[in-house]
Each structure stands twice: as C-alpha cells, then as structure tokens.
Design a protein around this ligand. Structure first.
Ligand SMILES: [Zn+2]
Length: 394
C-alpha cells in the first residue's frame, strides 16, 4: 500500500522524469519529436501504473525504456529507491541491474548504481553477490569506506573472522569503524576456535593479537582462563578471573563458573582461601555474587544459599514475597534458603537472563555481539524480578 513517503518519492520521480525528457529534447537535437513523445508517454504510463498500485507493470515499462543515459538515470535511481523503501528488493535489483547494463553511463553513475545494487543484494541476503560488488567498490571508489563497512557486516554474518579482520583493518586505515572493539572480538573468536581444536599455542597467539588491538580486553582474559583450565593451570585461571571481575564487575556471571571449575579441578587450600575472599562481607557484594551465580546456573552451590538473605534484602519485591510466605529473610532455615535459590534458578532458566543495553534484545544466553543490533559487549544480566514484561522484549 502506498503511504506518504512513497508519494513524495513519486512526485520526485515525476519531476525527475520531466527534467529527463525536457533536457533530453534540448541537449540531443538528434532525437525526433516523435521519439521525445514516446519517451514522455513511457514515463507517464509507468507513473500511472505506480499510482494505480501495479508495480510489476510499472517496472516492465521502465525496464523497456532503452533511453537510460546520464540525463534520465536519476529517474531510474528514484524508482529503485521507491521499490526498496517499499521492501520490494527484487524489483529494486532489476532496476539497478538495468542501469548498470547501459553502456553510455558516466563512471560516477555506474559506481552509484553498483553501490545501490550491492545494497539490494545485501538486503536480500544474497551475500556472495553483495560481497563481489562491495569488494570492487572497496578497491577503488569514493565509496570505499561504505563498502568496507558492509564487507565487515557480511563477514561477521558468515563468521569468517579472518576476512572480517582484513576488512576492518582496511576500514580503520581510511575511516572510523562502527564498533571499534570488534576486531579484538574477531581475534577472540579465532582463539576460541583454536582452543576447541586443542591448539593452545594458536589460541594464545590470537589472544595476543586481541590484546594488541584492545587493551584490558575482558573477553581475551576469559578465553585465556579457559585455555589455562584446559592445560591444568588452575591458579592462573583464578587470577585472570579475579582481575576480570575487578575491572569489569558486570562479567561476574561469566567469570564465576570458571573460578569454580578451577577450584573443583585442582582444589588446593590456596584456591579455597582465594575464593572465600570473593565472598565479601558487604551485603550488596554478597547479593551480587548470589545473583550472578543464579544467572550462571550455579544456584546449587552452598555459598548461594549463604548469600541469599542479602539478595532478598537488595531485591525489595522479592524480599517482600519471601517475607510474606516464610518470614524474615535472615530467619530462613538452610533448607528454605536452598529451596528458594533452586526456585529462582528455575525461574531464570525459563526466561531471558541477558539483555542488550543498546536495543533491549533479550536472550537466555550471553552473546558478545547482540543478534538484534550487532553491538558488541552490550549484553548484561537482567534485573532479577523484571515486573515490566514486554517493555524490552522484541
Ligand atoms: Zn542490541
């Protein structure tokens, strides 16, 4: 259905068409009056079809016009834009392919058409074709930066991290990147892949490059902790996790399972002592620890029920419910605390535990890159009792 912006575009199209045959008539004395009349009639016929909501017929009329040249090409760009705005990407593709096929176009118009077509392919999910065109535009065109930004997106979607790194490096050499920390994440992705293969040296080499790209990068420290755990270096893993939490408290839920794994696999008195120091005396720190553990699925750990009264005090609504059912949080029995922790774990597992602070995308698991808005490092645990459902969900 046609809406206001489309109508504006049609008016623009109409003006462009008018300008097209007006200039065509004056600049090309070779055209006969009859040819000009045919051209004019063709544009009006195409517009009539558009206004009558017959986009296919309009498209056929415009594609039949052999007269796409530097004077009339803007009309065809406007038409391609119109189809694209209406979400009709396949029709936009046909218009832009038709423009590129004309031999008499100027280099600037051809470049413009190539970029428009590459964007159409990208929107249609035809990444191979989009990649070919964006590579050409990235090699040598005024649109280099735009083309490289699209290439980065394509390689991210395809999880082709080597290519993403190469495109990102070319981009930052000439313009700013959309997400500056992205390149460190690409190296971490490669490190995780190497670690899965058991290639620990390769993993550490990728992590070094991640740290070179981004200082104090918590994800590379987390992957390094995983490598340390795989290699039986529990002390090192615990040290890394401790540093991550000090610098990035919101990653507590990711660091905690690794610390407990270190403790379990090589439970030395030293490690036990170290973990005991994580359970700090301040109620707010104990509440955060209990909550992070529940988010991480560790609600069965004894320290969670120890810290639960602090969590109930910090989370006022939850505390009221607990008080109404079982009495003062500090007076709860060990069994009641444990049951409550298990119940909270079940509740959280059924719902989204993480949410993107940029776009509100919510999910049950943690993502380094938001699947909704493609932001990196934007996922944080949700509030324990979110009483505004639907507000952030997509
Ligand atoms: Zn997002």
């Amino acid at each position: 259905m046609l809406i206001e912006p489309s109508l504006t575009l049609i008016v623009a199209l109409f003006v462009a068409a008018g300008a097209g045959w007006f200039f065509g008539r004056y600049r090309r004395p070779a055209s006969t009056p009859q040819q000009n009349d045919e051209l004019k009639e063709g544009y009006f016929q195409g517009l009539r079809f558009l206004l009558n909501e017959e986009p296919d017929k309009a498209l056929e009329v415009f594609l039949r016009m052999v007269d796409v040249d530097n004077e009339t090409v803007e009309t065809h760009f406007a038409l391609g834009n119109l189809y694209r705005r209406r979400g009709e990407v396949e029709r936009a593709i046909r218009v832009h392919e038709n423009i590129i096929a004309r031999p008499s176009l100027s280099a600037a118009h051809r470049m413009h058409a190539k970029l428009a077509l590459a964007e159409d392919y990208f929107r249609a999910g035809l990444f191979d074709r989009a990649e070919t065109l964006f590579q050409q535009l990235a090699a040598d065109s005024p649109q280099r930066a735009t083309a490289l930004r699209y290439l980065v997106r394509i390689y991210e979607q395809q999880r082709d991290w080597e290519q993403a790194i190469a495109a990102h490096e070319r981009l930052v050499a000439i313009a700013s990147a959309e997400h500056p920390t992205a390149i460190a994440h690409y190296h971490c992705e490669l490190a995780e892949r190497a670690r899965t293969r058991g290639d620990f040296d390769g993993a550490r080499a990728h992590l070094r490059r991640a740290r070179e790209a981004q200082r104090n990068f918590p994800r590379s420290a987390l992957v390094r902790a995983d490598v340390a755990l795989d290699m039986g270096e529990s002390e090192l893993a615990a040290t890394l996790c401790q540093r991550i939490v000090e610098l990035h408290p919101k990653l507590l839920a990711l660091a905690l399972p690794r610390v407990l794994r270190a403790l379990r696999e090589k439970g030395s008195a030293q490690l036990e002592q170290r973990f005991a120091a994580w359970i700090r005396p301040e109620p707010s720190a104990r509440a955060e620890l209990a909550y992070a553990a529940i988010v991480a699925g560790l609600e069965q750990e004894p320290f969670v029920s120890d810290c639960l009264p602090d969590l109930l005090r910090e989370e006022a609504s939850l505390g009221e419910i607990a008080r109404a059912l079982a009495g003062e949080p500090t007076q709860l029995t060990a069994n009641q605390r444990r049951d409550l922790a298990l119940a909270l774990g079940r509740v959280l597992r059924r719902t989204q535990r993480y949410r993107c602070v940029e776009c509100g995308f919510a999910s049950a698991s943690h993502f380094w890159q938001c699947p909704g808005c493609r932001s990196w490092d934007a996922f944080a645990p949700v509030a324990l009792l979110d009483l505004t459902p639907g507000m952030y969900q997509r």
